[in-house]
Design a protein around this ligand. Structure first.
Ligand code: MG
Length: 292
C-alpha cells in the first residue's frame, strides 16, 4: 500500500533527499518489528522481537516468515563479506549467519558473566563488531527468554576481528542504536532512557573519548540510527524518522503513522527501510542528494 509521506521540514534539504514523498507499506501485523537489514541478494529482512521470528521481503515474492523461532533477535547488520549479524535477546548474544545457514556465536559473555540482551550492532571498516547491551530483553518478558542481569551496568562493547571483546563506553542508562560517522571519527550512540544521542570521538586504537551531547529531546523514544554518506544522522523516533545534520541540528522529520524503531539504507543508498512496531515501510531516496 502506498501512503503519502508527511514531511515536517525545517531545512529544505530534507525535501531534496526524499523527492517522491511516498511511504510504501510492505508489512503489517507486527508485534514489535525491529532490526531491518538488506541482504546481498536485494532482499530485506527484519525481526519481530515479540513474536520471535524474522521476516523477509522481496519485490517479486512480497513478505513472508524467514526464520522461526529467531530467538528474539533484535538489531541486524551485514558485514563486509555479506554475512548477516544479529543482536540476539533470547541467547543474550551476538551471532553471525554463515554461508551454509548455520549461526555462530561471536560473543555471549563479558569476563564470564552473561550479557544483558544485545540490542543493536554495527561493523567498522576493520571488521570489528560494535554492539550495545541494554536490559530490555531481560526486563521485558515478551522480548526474550528471561533471566537476570549479571553485569553491573549497560555498556557499548567491541568484538575485534580476532574475537577479543572489550568494553568501550562508560555505563549508560540504556544504550541502543549506534552508528559511525562516514570517516569513523565519531561513534553515535542513542540512549533510550535519557532520550539523547551521544557522540563519542573515536581515537587511536579505536578508543572512545568523552562524549558530547549530539541531540537531546529526541522525544519519549529513540531507537535505531544510521549515518548517510554525507554524515547526516537518521534516527528512529516516536514522531517518525528524524534527520539531523552532522552538527546535531534537526533538518526535518519523516512523519510515519506510528512510532519508528529502526531503519536501514540499501547499499546503493536509493531506498530506506523503516520499521515501526506493527509495520514496515520503504521510502525512495535520492542517492545524489544524499551524498552532497
Ligand atoms: Mg534497538
Amino acid at each position: 500500500m502506498r501512503l503519502t509521506l508527511q514531511l515536517a521540514v525545517i531545512d529544505a534539504e530534507v525535501t531534496d533527499l526524499i523527492p517522491g514523498a511516498v511511504l510504501e507499506r510492505i508489512a503489517t501485523d507486527g508485534a514489535w518489528f525491529e532490526g531491518p537489514a538488506w541482504l546481498p541478494d536485494g532482499s530485506l529482512i527484519w525481526s519481530d522481537v515479540v513474536q520471535n521470528r524474522l521476516h523477509r521481503w522481496t519485490r517479486e515474492d512480497g513478505t513472508g516468515v524467514w526464520l522461526d523461532p529467531s530467538h528474539h533477535h533484535n538489531g541486524h547488520t551485514v558485514d563486509g563479506r555479506g554475512r548477516l549479524l544479529a543482536a540476539c535477546h533470547g541467547h543474550r548474544s551476538v551471532v553471525r549467519r554463515e554461508d551454509d545457514g548455520t549461526w555462530t556465536t561471536l560473543a555471549d559473555r563479558w569476563q564470564g558473566l552473561r550479557f544483558n540482551s544485545p540490542n543493536d550492532l554495527v561493523v567498522a571498516s576493520d571488521g570489528a563488531v560494535w554492539f550495545t547491551d541494554p536490559r530490555y530483553g531481560i526486563d521485558n518478558p515478551q522480548e526474550g527468554y528471561g533471566g537476570t542481569a549479571e553485569l553491573d551496568g549497560q555498556y557499548v562493547y567491541r568484538i575485534d576481528p580476532g574475537g577479543a571483546i572489550a568494553r568501550m563506553s562508560p555505563a549508560m542508562p540504556a544504550p541502543n542504536g549506534l552508528a559511525f560517522s562516514p570517516d569513523e571519527a565519531v561513534l553515535y550512540v542513542v540512549d533510550s532512557e535519557d532520550h539523547t544521542i551521544l557522540a563519542y570521538p573515536v581515537g587511536d586504537g579505536w578508543t572512545l573519548g568523552e562524549p558530547r551531547l549530539f541531540a537531546a529531546e529526541t522525544g519519549r523514544f529513540a531507537d535505531g540510527i544510521r549515518s548517510d554518506p554525507a554524515g547526516r544522522i537518521w534516527a528512529a523516533c516516536a514522531d517518525g524518522v528524524r534527520v539531523y545534520c552532522r552538527t546535531g541540528d534537526l533538518l526535518g522529520t519523516l512523519r510515519t503513522p506510528e512510532l519508528t524503531t529502526n531503519l536501514a539504507f540499501t547499499p546503493g543508498w536509493d531506498r530506506l527501510a523503516i520499521t515501526s512496531p506493527s509495520a514496515v515501510y520503504l521510502v525512495e531516496i535520492d542517492p545524489v542528494s544524499l551524498r552532497s
